[in-house]
Design a protein around this ligand. Sequence first.
Ligand code: SF4
Length: 394
Amino acid sequence: MRHNLETHPVAGRVDDLNARYKHHSAHDVLKRALTDDQVGRIAMVSSFGAESVVLLHMVSVINPDIPVLFIDTQMLFQETLDYQLEVSKHLGLTNVQVIRASDAALAADDPDGTLNQRDTDACCHLRKTVPLENALGGYDAWITGRKRFQGATRAALDFFENEGDIRIKVNPLAHWDPQDIQDYIVNNRLPRHPLVAQGYPSIGCAPCTSKVAPGEDPRAGRWRDTQKEECGIHFINGKVVRGPLPKEDPVEEALPMNTIVTDEGFASDDWSGEFVALEGLSEDNAVALDLPSDADPTVLQGKLDGIDMIRVDFPSFADGRGFTLARCLRLMGFHGRLRARGHVIADQYAMARRSGFDEVEITPEMAERQPWDQWKARSNWQSHDYQSRLRGSA
Ligand code: SF4
């Protein structure tokens, strides 16, 4: 019998669904979400980006008639528009709905299509958030491809989320990691977005997406050189978030960062010396140095021999500059201890080690959220790459 959703608050249904499907697979969660009366009318939202084909394939196997909402910002790559048609046909999806900002809204707020150059938050709001909110008005739930590994703000992501006491958000891939995604695409012989092979591991609008260099964070090419990380169509703790997600969790920030991750496991910090900032560096105190991720390494030319330890700050998991900085320091001949400190997640450990870091420093809270077994999988970092896995050598 169909639940009367009006008399069953979203929060209670979400708790119930998470309790019931806690130990189920992504496929099971998706299947039940598409049929469970407690979820109600449901649509999938897809960008037809680099990894979207995984969830689209799962949906097509269960029910190819489910509405799939595709937000066309009218700023997308032509390759994405072509890929959307190709994938929809390949998977037999029968109900893909293209969502766009209205002509009136575009004429009023972005008549010449240059808003993205002045105010990306406003542009995303106009071209993504508002059209999506309007489209979701007729649904009780929507399916997203968000995953825990995508950052600290998603580290505790559940399968079912309460979206502002209005709708349920379903995240079937919450527990998947990048390798699971790659394996699924390969094993099911799914078509790849053509731009992935051209250096775009994360694909958004053309004006706001650039190529990513080997070793950089996969999302480093999104809104490059800005503080923006998200388009603002997401919701945190049940509240609509307009504009970018908060850069830092203030509670997390206040905690001491004293859990050290190495190839051997978690340890407490054995470094008791003082750290100096770049501005305070002198020949007398050059023992341990704190560097921001955007530091210019060339200012350390000729000074590295006197430094025993360098700690590079990672203000956000999506800020890949720290990896580049580490590589530069090693190329310049720095042989001391190199530590990545802050918002580094387990999935980035192999990249951190390959970039030249010896260790990672995180808060006890982050260590609790991502226990050692999640880091351990990457501690064999020399062989932790996709090609070696395919060869069976990892
Ligand atoms: S990603 Fe860029 S072009 Fe696309 S909607 Fe946002 S600001 Fe505008």
